[in-house]
Design a protein around this ligand. Structure first.
Ligand code: ZN
Length: 344
């Protein structure tokens, strides 16, 4: 894929959507599931810590999402940065190898999943597992500079006056190169909190002549602007103008805001629109914890999905605090995907 032409780049997402029947399913929260399986993520590296300590858990969570119907799995590299690993005492070489590992684990999970599909004759193995051979993409996650800071600033978008476009590009450049060389199908620039970082990503993709496609996904805490207060319309325009970008949208934002945000994005976006909200629970940045039971149930989350698709979304999944159950419910509610007979 890394040697593909730009024509292939732009058709990757269109092909996926066509084969998925119009709407593709993205996976759900990774760290939520890693913790449920016993991982301790109380660390500045967050889910990236598991690349080191428990890669088998990451592979298991990817597989759980594939068996829940996800067409796209997102690697455990959101908070994995060369700078962050080095601060923990790793060498440059070790840091780069951990980044590569995030993509390798996701690709392994896809291979194992395809094997299981081959071994299983029916599309649904029972107990809710979806074993259906279909195009599956591995998206290499690139978290924002704020995610590296691990102080919640990806939810404020405030990087201070001293931050510049050039510094942001320098921060991300090597990591993006390494991830791209590791064989994912695309790059997922997630939880982009301000316009400056979107511009940095767009310029980086051009400067590196990146052959991999990418999506840009912003977050909002007021349902109007991105979290920094920058205009969502302006941010989405940066994504729309970048030739390497094949989808633009919103993640890690409460479900109740998504419809309004979609209405805004569709004013400027002709590219496919992606939404993967969080559960709507509130996050306490001081305690670095989600506040339990403040969000919506899987049923409520899923009740929005077809409205989001009507409003223009063509890739739907979940972010923090969503689980394989959320993703299975999304898959099942999509009219073209459900394996159960249509309701009369
Ligand atoms: Zn999230």
């Amino acid at each position: 894929m890394a040697s593909g032409s730009s024509a292939e780049t732009s058709s990757l997402m269109r092909d996926l959507l066509r084969q998925a029947g119009g709407v593709a399913v993205v996976d759900g929260g990774l760290s939520t599931e890693l913790e449920r399986h016993g991982a301790d993520l109380n660390d500045p590296l967050w889910s990236a810590k598991c690349l080191l300590t428990s890669p088998h858990l990451i592979r298991k969570v990817h597989l759980d999402y594939l068996e829940a119907g996800a067409d796209i799995i997102i690697t455990a590299s959101y908070q994995a940065t060369i700078q962050g690993f080095k601060a923990k005492g790793f060498s440059t070489e070790e840091s780069e190898s951990l980044l590569r590992k995030s993509v390798e684990i996701a690709r392994e999970a896809r291979d194992i999943y395809y094997d299981r599909c081959t071994q299983c004759s029916s599309a649904d193995s029972g107990n809710g597992r979806i074993l259906k051979r279909r195009p599956i993409l591995v998206a290499a996650s690139v978290g924002s500079y704020g995610a590296y800071l691990a102080d919640g600033s990806e939810y404020s978008g405030n990087y201070g006056e001293a931050m510049t476009l050039g510094r942001l590009k320098d921060f991300h450049r090597r990591r993006v190169q390494i991830l791209a060389e590791s064989g994912p199908d695309l790059l997922a620039f997630e939880t982009v909190p301000n316009k400056l970082e979107a511009q940095a990503y767009a310029e980086l993709l051009e400067e590196e002549n990146m052959q991999l496609p990418a999506w840009f996904s912003f977050n909002s805490k007021d349902g109007i602007n991105v979290v920094s207060g920058d205009s969502l319309l302006e941010c989405a325009t940066v994504a729309e103008s970048c030739k390497k970008v094949v989808a633009v949208g919103i993640n890690c934002t409460p479900p109740r805001f998504i419809h309004g945000l979609l209405t805004l994005i569709t004013q400027v976006a002709t590219k496919p629109i992606i939404v993967y909200p969080n559960s709507g629970e509130s996050y306490d940045p001081d305690r670095k914890m989600w506040v339990q039971n403040t969000g919506v149930s899987d049923e409520d989350f899923v009740s929005y999905v077809n409205k989001w698709c009507e409003a223009g979304a063509s890739l739907v999944g979940g972010c923090c605090r969503t689980t394989p159950n959320t993703i299975r419910a999304i898959y099942t509610t999509l009219p073209n995907r459900s394996t159960s007979p249509p309701e009369q």
